[in-house]
Ligand binder design. Sequence first.
Ligand code: MG
Ligand code: ZN
Length: 221
Amino acid sequence: MEIKIVKNILAANETIAQENKNLFQKNNVFVINIMSAPGAGKTSLIEKTIEKLKNRYRIAVIEGDIATSLDAEKLSKYGIPVTQINTEPFGGDCHLDANMIKNALTSLDLSEIDLLLIENIGNLVCPAEFYLGENKKVMLLSVTEGEDKPLKYPLMFRLANLLVVSKTDLLEQAGTNLDKLKKSVLQVNPTLKSIFLSVKTGQGMEQWYTWLTEVIQPYRI
Ligand code: MG
Ligand code: ZN
């Protein structure tokens, strides 16, 4: 019985996600769903990305958090459209779903946007289960999270189009074995591309911008 209910919820989500996707396509908006555990550096990566690419693309952000608009406030200085979704009034959901995005879109003018970055709620589990209508899923894993996360939380690693291994400046302190990490990533998803970067030192950031501009390009003629 419970399984059936879960299936129905996901089916309803899928329908709305398709509507979102159609709307994005119609308006030529490229959408990235950014997922990770709390504290992996999603907001910092988004900030750097805006700084680097705001002259090339008209960027907007949807910020998902259970409570507070702290991350959205951080982004307000860039003068781009930022919409906050707080899930606390709706039971404190630990993920974004397609309906929340649909509602958030009413406050964004899609005809004025080229690239929409969705910062999902910090959680390694259920954000992966809810398609929002995005073009690509990017997941972040901080080196401080250790080597075994892909094995413990395989779904997100399986569905991600790109893995960003963040905070490489902390590698030595964290004592994480990168080879072991790479091995467990490939065990779960043999074709997953990884980029290792540090927002703080800038190491690996060019690879991120290159990946991003290359995935956006075929969609925008
Ligand atoms: Mg954040
Ligand atoms: Zn959840």
